[in-house]
Design a protein around this ligand. Sequence first.
Ligand SMILES: [Zn+2]
Length: 180
Amino acid sequence: MLKCVFCGEEINEGEETFQTLKGKVACISCYEDAWSYPSTVIRFSSDGEKEATSFTEQFGSLGGGDTPEPIENEIWVKTDGWRGYSDWKITKGYKKIADGWITGFPDSSVQRKIDLHEIFTDLQDKKITPPCDMFWIFGRTSNVFSSACVVVVRNEDVEEIEKWLNEIDGGIEGLKEMLS
Ligand SMILES: [Zn+2]
């Protein structure tokens, strides 16, 4: 008799089953549960393209395949009791340049806060385009009103993206917005 790897329930013959990335069998309700809180990678490219891929740690990318670039695996970080947030181990060759919505950008010369939320909105609206691929990863937290978020670029793009972020942050448009 087949059993679900998550809930341990027996799966009757003829019932739909789902394979985890590790080749284990899950029942439909555990599969649906996993997809009620997926994480998402949104890649913004220098040509203005945007691609979003939802994934879960157990089942990989929605539509099949492993977890998307640049995710090695997902980790649930427990803060206390049932509370916590999603975090991600990033594939070798990539670097997390920011996490959380608002963060200080690690630039030794300019100690300025960059509003990531505003940058994300501008990217979504195609008001700005990054000079290289930029990966924004979103996941669940125990607070339903907020998402965990990290921003990742390839190692070789770190310098260029830092320069770009400092330019938009200090640029004329940013200033206008601050003053409006
Ligand atoms: Zn199950």
